[in-house]
Design a protein around this ligand. Structure first.
Ligand code: NAD
Ligand code: UGA
Length: 434
């Protein structure tokens, strides 16, 4: 079967960038991104992207309205379609059994209902690109049992902030499911991904590998954060530990940066999904092992706001605190599950006056400064929560001059040089370093 037309349900952080890169690399195929949210589609079509990613505009400009279409019309998406990706959100369930841990697949469900109603004229390869609970493929087959479809799992591994780079040069592409259809999907990737990077697996392995990959990443962050706590007690430097440990090629140097805690829409939810899976299989010891990764992350956030509050002698009321960063990491506008959400809330409870700035991230209903101009004037503390490069370029000597005394700096990303900040006069606190 020749692949001519591909559609994607969901024009979010995954659907938009993924289809833009695919469309540019596969000029003979047409890509239609379909979303139920009209405003979201309008933004893509008017180049006011809902997603901030470096170089994204280049790929949209190349392809929009040539072989890439954004639409709310299901007919434009599914008519004569050969491959349909499901890239809709799968958040943690918010209610009932498994609340806060199992994944909610109601958006997947709504896609299936739309496909069920649609009079398909040819066989459709339906691809799970969203991160889904294990065996969702069986559920999809059951819902669409009267339809001429084949389900594949092709999880996405892009990280926000480096999405375009990750899509252009993925470490691997995993395709799980019946080999004939899997090879048809692979024929798209082969237009730019080296063949040896495409891994064919059974469909459950593909689904599970995604959850496991994110849980391993979360585990590394919690591991190094746990060491930062020891460092604080004994006067060792966690950055040096990361360097020493990470230069063992068996361990590797990535994902060893201590932080105020991992955030984002996926690490936590996918880790909780793994924990829920273990619990459902009555594997209590395994569940507890992974739960500790989650609990350590919560503890790291608490530890940081406790540090701020106690260092300022529990008296923050009416003091001005500058918050640098609300995005869950640098180079994205995404604030979902950002550690800053909890920390801002705790500082508000202390009745501090917050001046909040982020180059891209915005939190709903929260007043934010548009720039750094005048932000430090009269402030008692700077709290760094996101590792934007812009924050390393601030003239901290000047900031110190403008601030109230004593002037605190709480660096939740170990972004600045502690010694330099102290020499300027700041009471500087990093994580796991003296
Ligand atoms: P998102 O919230 O940014 O986008 C999801 C989009 O799906 C929304 O625009 C929503 O309106 C749309 N949608 C919901 N129901 C729909 C329906 N029935 N038909 C059409 N559109 C519908 O989500 P995201 O961050 O792109 O994540 C999507 C999936 O990919 C999730 O399962 C996530 O775990 C996974 N994932 C995300 C990332 C990431 O970096 N964000 C990376 C890898 C995998
Ligand atoms: C993560 C994975 O890295 C992607 O492979 C995956 O596709 C994606 O989840 C997903 O499934 O959505 P993302 O959440 O975008 O990507 O960002 P990460 O780079 O993984 O960062 C997650 C959090 O961990 C951030 O808050 C980041 O600041 C923190 N982090 C990361 C650290 O605290 N230390 C590190 O060393 C690395």
């Amino acid at each position: 079967m020749q692949i001519n037309k591909v559609c994607c349900f969901g024009a979010g952080y995954v659907g938009g960038p993924t289809m833009a890169v695919m469309a540019s690399k596969c000029p003979k195929q047409t890509f239609v991104v379909y979303d139920i949210n009209e405003q979201q589609i309008e933004k893509w079509n008017n180049k006011q992207y809902p997603v901030y990613e470096k170089n994204l505009d280049e790929y949209i400009n190349q392809t929009l309205n040539t072989n890439l279409i954004f639409t709310c019309d299901i007919d434009i998406a599914l008519k004569d379609c050969d491959i349909a990706f499901l890239a809709v959100n799968t958040p943690s369930k918010k209610y009932g059994l498994g609340a806060e841990s199992s994944l909610d697949i109601s958006y997947i469900d709504s896609c299936l209902q739309q496909i069920k109603k649609y009079p398909l004229t040819k066989r459709l390869i339906l691809v799970e690109k969203s991160t889904v609970p294990i065996k969702t493929c069986d559920y999809i087959n059951a819902v669409l049992r009267d339809k001429n479809i084949c389900v594949l799992s092709n999880p996405e591994f892009l990280a926000e902030g480096t999405a375009i780079q990750d899509l252009l040069n993925p470490d691997r592409v995993i395709i799980g499911g019946a080999i004939e259809s899997a090879q048809q999907l692979a024929s798209l990737y082969e237009q730019w991904v080296p063949k040896e990077k495409i891994i064919f697996t059974n469909i459950y392995s593909a689904e599970l590998s995604k959850i496991v990959a994110n849980s391993f990443l979360a585990q590394r962050v919690s591991s190094i954060n746990s060491i930062s706590i020891i460092c604080d007690k004994i006067g060792a430097d966690v950055n040096e530990i990361s360097q020493c440990v990470g230069s063992d090629s068996r361990i590797g140097n990535k994902f060893l940066k201590t932080s105020v805690g991992f955030g984002g829409s996926c690490l936590k939810k996918d880790l909780l999904c793994l924990i829920y899976l273990c619990e459902s299989l009555q594997l209590d010891e395994v569940a507890q092992y992974w739960r500790q990764v989650y609990l350590l992350n919560e503890f790291q956030k608490q530890r940081f706001y406790n540090l701020i509050i106690t260092s300022m002698f529990n008296t923050l009321r009416n003091k001005i605190i500058v918050i640098l960063g609300v995005a869950f990491k640098a180079n994205t506008n995404d604030t979902r599950e950002s550690a800053s959400l909890m920390i801002i809330q705790k500082l508000q409870e202390e009745q501090a006056i917050l001046r909040i700035y982020d180059p891209q991230g915005k939190i709903d209903k929260l007043e934010q400064c548009q720039s750094l101009d005048g932000i430090f004037k009269g402030a008692s503390a700077i709290v760094i929560l996101t590792e934007w490069e812009e924050f390393t370029k601030i003239d901290y000597a000047q900031a110190y001059e403008e601030m109230a005394k004593p002037s605190y700096c709480f660096d939740g990303r170990n972004l600045l040089q502690g010694e330099v900040m102290k020499s300027l006069g700041f009471l500087y606190y990093g994580l796991g370093r003296i």
